[in-house]
Design a protein around this ligand. Sequence first.
Ligand code: NAD
Length: 353
Amino acid sequence: MKIAVLPGDGIGPEIVAQAMKVLDALRRDGLKIETEQAAIGGAGYDAAGDPLPEATLGLARAADAVLLGAVGGPQYDRLERPLRPERGLLRIRKELNLFANLRPALLYPELAGASTLKPEVVAGLDILIVRELTGDVYFGQPRGIEVRNGERVGFNTMIYTESEIRRVAHVAFGIAMKRGKKLCSVEKANVLECSELWRDVVAEVARDYPEVELSSMYVDNAAMQLVRNPKQFDVIVTGNIFGDILSDEASMLSGSIGMLPSASLDARNKGLYEPIHGSAPDIAGRDLANPLATILSLAMMFKYTFGDEATAERIDNAVKKVIAQGYRTGDIWTEGCKRVSCSQMGDAVVAAM
Ligand code: NAD
């Protein structure tokens, strides 16, 4: 198992170091895991003048899976757009053809109080959002800002090909088959032609999965339903921009952004695994960050890329155990729990394994 490790910026190196401890523990138990690190984001710009240096992309291409911390920081905000850290992230997703982004939103019973929603609304929550990641208005051409009739105009293009919709729909139906067999496709077909095509193609793909119950929902309603009654969902599939927004909304259901992993997969289940949060410059370098989202991303890697459910479960269970034992980093701490640092949390997970 070859893993390219890209710590990135801010808290990235701190949280990735904890995931490396988990990999070391697995190696001691006999798993053959090779890791190599490279720079991405602001670190890539500092090292090679590029947020996705050629060497980093090469390493990522050669690996079976990529583990990424986070990118970005205020010191890079004034760079030209193509040099900004976030561009490195968008480019690696595009270059590796990682078109399906999987984001679970799962609530550990002990953390029900950390959500801003009532515990009875979120307790037992276990949903998964599949977001299309390489198309839509984020990549559509033409795009730009120009002067027309004496005033500035900003424009982007929302565009999906039928094959782009079909391949992400297949991923979502496949995952729904392994879960609760319910899939909700989210779009805005009442207003957007692009969404109309999305809805039609998803309905066509549904014929291959007669056991999965498919529903459609407009994105505005989905945003509302996610906070009204999130447990009605099992798997949600949606386009890039709607998925970006809904998955952040869903992350708040589970209390802390520091708990949520993600996977981005290509057609052959090669994947890039990363926490959903950013580089948290406000707490970087102080050993305060919650490393659990990164460690849970590693569990997803074993499940989806390496097909090793047992190891995935072992990591997931270790995280459940440390939460049950009362270990909490600052972001999820409540009265009566044991407040720990980022590195202490990493050690606790390894001990629980
Ligand atoms: P953020 O996710 O970095 O932080 C939001 C808030 O959550 C902050 O208060 C932060 O301290 C807290 N937080 C985030 N992760 C945490 C963790 N693991 N443990 C404890 N607390 C945590 O989002 P932001 O502040 O909007 O962005 C900061 C930088 O990160 C920006 O440069 C942004 O562009 C970048 N960013 C990167 C990614 C990515 O790498 N995938 C995603 C989002 C934002």
